[in-house]
Design a binder for this molecule. Structure first.
Ligand code: BGC
Length: 750
C-alpha cells in the first residue's frame, strides 16, 4: 500500500510541476479564460481585473518589502531579491520576484546561489556589437530564471553626462543612439527568456551626488535629443515591461511624480504599454504620483498601500486609474510570458556557459588605447621576465559596487579587514553600504604565467612605488594594473586614479620603457603618464573571466576590436562641469517629503539644489568638438593589432556605403562609424553618431559595407510641434574608425 502511494506521488509530481500558471512555490490556480495564451495580453489582463478584489488590486501596485523575505507569514514566498510582490494564486497570477541584474544577477551570496559576474555594462557598450548586447541580456535572463526570478530590475541607460558618476559602469556610455540600441537588444534578450525587463533610471539621474534631492534643469528639446532619446530607442527596440523612475527631480517635480516624464512623454508620446515602478524609496506622494503616471511603489507600501486605498475610496484617485495600473502590470506579465511560462527552477545556473559568454564579451569590450612601438602583443614564447604590479592582480579583478554588485564565487578575492563590532557593511552590496571593493577570483597573474610558461613572472602589490619600480627595472616587461573602485551612492570627486596609482605608474614607466598599463575603472579616468608608457588597455570591470580576456589580448590570442563608448578627458578642467554639481554641499537633516530609505544615498542628506546641465546637447564628444578641446582619448577610439583603410564613400539620405580594407598583417575586426553634421539651421553640436557596422577582415581583404541611417537619428526635436523633424538643408556624413578619425566625407541635400 505504502509503496503504491509513493509511486503515485512520484508519478504525479512532474506533471503538477508543468501545469501552466503554476508559479514558483505557489498553488495551482483554477483555470480562467485568461489562461488562453492565444488571446491578446490586454484582453487577458482585463479579464483578470474583472475578477480582482479591491484589496488584490492594491496589493499589486506596491512592493511587499525589499531586501529579502520579510513580509510576515509569507517570508517563504519571496525569492530574496530586491523586490517582491505577492501574486494572486486564486487567479493564476504568479508573484513578481525582482532582482537587480545590471551586470549579472545580484544577492546570490545570501542563498548560496551562483551568478555570472559579467563585464561592466559599459564594457558591453564598448563592443559596439548588438549581438553581444543580446548575449549579455541572455546570460542575465537565463540566470534569473534558473534562480527563480521573473523580473530583472537591471537595465540602466542614463547617459554619461558626468564621467565621474559612480554608476557609469552600469550604464552604456555617452551617446544616446549607441546606448539606446545596446539596451534595446539587451532587454529584448532578457524578455525572450520570459523574464520581465526594466529600463532605469528614468530620467536624468546622471550623477549620484544628491541623487535623492537634486533638481535637474535641462531644456525639453535638449532632453529629448540626449538622455531621453536613449530611453526612447531602448523601449522601442525591446518593448521592455518596466520603467523605473529615478530619485531626482526634473524641472521641479520628482521623477516619480512627474506628469511630463511619465504621462505625457512615456505613456502618451512613446505609447509605453508597461508599468512605471519607483526607484527604491523614490515615491513621494499618493495622489500626485498616481495621477502623474506612477504605477507601482517600490519596495514598500507607504503611499500606494492603505493611503492609495483611501484615496480611491474617496475618489481622489479614480478606480479607473487603479485599474490602469493593474492593467499595465498584468498585460506585461501576459505579453512577456511570465504567466504562460512560469519560473519553476529545475536546474542550476550553467556556470561554464556563463564563463564562456562573459569572456567573449570581455574580449570584445577591452579597449586598446595605446601601443607604442607595437609593444603588444607580447610574445609568450620569447619573453624572459615580466613584472606584474598592483591592483591585487595576483588574485582577482575589481567589480562595481552598490545594488548592482554581483557576489563572487567563494567570496571577495581580497577579503577586507574585519569591521569593528557593530559597523559591518551590508553583505553583498560592495561599497555602497560601507563595504570594501569586491574582487572576482579571476587572477591576471595566473593567466599571464600560463601564457609565458618559460618566463620569470613576479608580482608586486604596488603599494610601495620604489619596490615596484625595482622589480620593473629587473624585468623585460612591466604590466601595471590600476583601478578605480566605483559604486552606486557616490561619485568620484576627480578623474584621477585613487591611492597614488598615478605615481606608481610613473615610477614603473621610468624604470622600464616596456610598461603596459591595464585599467580596471568604472569609467573615464585621467592618465597624466599616458605618453610615457608603451601600452594601455582599458578593461573596465572585466567580470568573472576578466583575467583570461586580458591575457588573451596582451599575448595576441585575441585581436582587440573595442571602441570607447565615452570620451576620456585630459583633466576635469576640460569637462563642462570641472566640479560635480552639489559635491561640496554638507549633509543637513532631511526636509519633509524627501526620498526615504535607500534613496538617501551614501553621503547622507544634502540640502535641495539644482543640477543645471548647462552643456545642453554637448554631452561627451559633442562638448569636446564644439569647444575645440583635445580629449585624451576620443569617443569611438580603440586600436587593433592590424590597421584599416577607408575609401570610396557614397551617401544617400538614408544610407552610406564605403569600403574598409585590412591594411595590416593580421585578421581583425573594425567598428566603422558614421557621424553626421546637420544643417546649420538645426543649431546642433558639430556632429553626432548616426550609425556603425562591424567588419571582420583577413589581412589585405576589403569589404564594401552599407550602413542604413534611421530618419530619427538625423532629426531634431521640435517642441512646438511636439515631434521629430528632419530639416531641409545639407547633411554632411563622415566615416572612419573614431569620432576624431574620419577620413571619408560626403554631403547630401535634403
Ligand atoms: C537603485 C536601483 C535598484 C534599487 C533596488 C536603488 O538604490 O537606485 O537601481 O534597482 O535600489 O536595489
Amino acid at each position: 500500500m505504502c509503496k503504491r502511494f509513493l509511486a503515485l506521488v512520484l508519478f504525479c509530481l512532474p506533471v503538477a510541476a508543468q501545469q501552466p500558471g503554476r508559479g514558483f512555490g505557489q498553488p495551482q490556480p483554477p483555470a480562467g479564460p485568461w489562461i488562453n495564451a492565444d488571446l491578446p495580453p490586454d484582453q487577458r489582463a482585463d479579464m483578470v481585473i474583472a475578477q480582482m478584489t479591491f484589496d488584490e488590486k492594491i496589493q499589486l501596485v506596491h512592493g511587499a518589502g525589499g531586501f529579502g523575505p520579510q513580509a510576515a507569514g509569507q517570508a517563504n514566498r519571496s525569492n530574496g531579491g530586491a523586490g517582491w510582490i505577492p501574486g494572486i494564486p486564486r487567479l493564476g497570477i504568479p508573484d513578481l520576484n525582482m532582482a537587480d541584474s545590471a551586470v549579472g544577477v545580484t544577492r546570490g551570496a545570501q542563498r548560496s546561489r551562483y551568478s555570472t559576474g559579467l563585464p561592466s555594462a559599459l564594457g558591453a557598450a564598448a563592443t559596439w556589437d548588438l549581438e553581444l548586447a543580446y548575449l549579455y541580456g541572455n546570460v542575465i535572463g537565463r540566470e534569473l530564471r534558473d534562480q527563480g526570478y521573473n523580473m530583472s530590475i537591471g537595465g540602466g541607460v542614463n547617459i554619461t553626462r558626468e564621467p565621474r558618476n559612480g554608476r557609469n559602469f552600469e550604464y552604456l556610455g555617452e551617446d544616446p543612439i549607441l546606448a539606446g540600441k545596446t539596451i534595446g537588444q539587451l532587454m529584448k534578450a532578457v524578455q525572450d527568456q520570459h523574464v520581465l525587463g526594466d529600463i532605469k533610471h528614468y530620467a536624468l539621474n546622471d550623477q549620484e551626488t544628491g541623487r535623492n534631492i537634486g533638481n535637474v534643469i535641462l531644456d525639453k528639446r535638449v532632453a529629448r535629443e540626449s538622455d531621453l532619446l536613449a530611453f526612447e530607442i531602448g523601449l522601442r527596440d525591446s518593448q521592455a515591461a518596466g520603467v523605473m523612475c529615478s530619485y531626482n527631480k526634473y524641472a521641479g517635480d520628482w521623477a516619480c511624480e512627474n506628469d511630463y516624464l511619465l504621462n505625457q512623454l512615456l505613456k502618451k508620446s512613446w505609447g509605453f504599454k508597461g508599468w512605471v515602478m519607483s526607484d527604491w524609496g523614490g515615491t513621494h506622494s499618493t495622489n500626485k504620483a498616481a495621477q502623474a503616471g506612477l504605477d507601482q511603489e517600490m519596495p514598500g507600501s507607504q503611499y500606494f498601500g492603505d493611503a492609495l486605498k483611501k484615496a480611491v475610496d474617496s475618489n481622489e484617485v479614480p478606480m479607473a486609474r487603479l485599474n490602469d495600473m493593474c492593467h499595465r502590470i498584468l498585460r506585461s506579465m501576459f505579453a512577456v510570458g511570465v504567466v504562460d511560462h512560469p519560473v519553476t527552477p529545475t536546474r542550476v545556473v550553467d556556470v561554464f556557459k556563463g564563463l564562456e559568454d562573459a569572456q567573449k564579451i570581455a574580449e570584445a569590450g577591452i579597449v586598446l588605447l595605446r601601443n607604442a612601438n607595437r609593444t603588444l602583443p607580447l610574445n609568450g614564447a620569447a619573453v624572459k621576465s615580466i613584472a606584474v604590479i598592483g591592483s591585487h592582480a595576483d588574485v582577482g579583478v575589481l567589480s562595481g559596487g552598490g545594488s548592482a554588485q554581483v557576489d563572487p564565487p567563494g567570496g571577495n578575492a581580497v577579503p577586507p579587514p574585519p569591521a569593528p563590532a557593530g559597523q559591518g557593511g551590508r553583505g553583498g552590496m560592495g561599497m555602497m553600504f560601507g563595504g570594501a571593493p569586491v574582487y572576482f577570483p579571476s587572477s591576471p597573474l595566473k593567466m599571464i604565467r600560463a601564457k609565458a610558461p618559460k618566463a620569470k613572472v613576479e608580482y608586486n602589490a604596488g603599494t610601495d612605488a620604489t619596490a615596484a619600480a625595482a622589480l620593473a627595472r629587473a624585468s623585460e616587461v612591466a604590466i601595471v594594473f590600476v583601478n578605480q573602485p566605483m559604486s552606486e551612492g557616490r561619485d568620484a570627486r576627480t578623474l584621477s586614479l585613487p591611492d597614488n596609482q598615478d605615481a606608481l605608474v610613473s615610477a614603473v614607466a621610468t624604470a622600464n620603457p616596456k610598461t603596459i598599463v591595464v585599467l580596471e575603472t568604472g569609467g573615464p579616468v585621467s592618465m597624466p603618464w599616458a605618453g610615457n608608457v608603451a601600452g594601455i588597455l582599458e578593461s573596465w570591470y572585466p567580470g568573472i573571466s576578466g583575467a583570461q580576456a586580458i591575457a588573451n589580448i596582451l599575448f595576441g590570442d585575441v585581436n582587440p576590436s573595442a571602441k570607447l563608448p565615452v570620451t576620456f578627458a585630459k583633466s576635469e578642467a576640460d569637462l563642462p562641469h570641472p566640479a560635480i554639481p552639489g559635491i561640496d554641499l554638507q549633509p543637513v537633516p532631511p526636509p519633509a517629503g524627501a526620498a526615504g530609505g535607500r534613496g538617501m544615498g551614501g553621503r547622507g542628506m544634502i540640502p535641495p539644489f539644482d543640477i543645471p546641465y548647462t552643456e545642453g546637447l554637448k554631452v561627451g564628444y559633442k562638448w569636446f568638438d564644439a569647444e575645440n578641446k583635445e580629449p585624451l582619448f576620443p569617443f569611438g577610439f580603440g586600436l587593433s593589432y592590424t590597421t584599416f583603410a577607408y575609401s570610396d564613400l557614397k551617401a544617400s539620405a538614408d544610407s552610406v556605403t564605403f569600403t574598409v580594407k585590412n591594411s595590416g598583417t593580421r585578421e581583425g575586426v573594425e567598428t566603422a562609424q558614421v557621424y553626421c553634421s546637420l544643417p546649420a539651421a538645426a543649431a546642433e553640436p558639430p556632429k553626432r553618431l548616426v550609425g556603425w557596422t562591424k567588419v571582420s577582415l583577413k589581412p589585405g581583404e576589403s569589404k564594401r559595407v552599407t550602413v542604413k541611417i534611421e530618419a530619427l537619428f538625423v532629426s531634431v526635436f521640435n517642441v512646438d510641434k511636439d515631434g521629430w523633424e528632419k530639416l531641409a538643408g545639407e547633411y554632411k556624413f563622415a566615416v572612419g574608425g573614431s569620432s576624431r578619425s574620419l577620413p571619408l566625407t560626403a554631403t547630401v541635400k535634403n
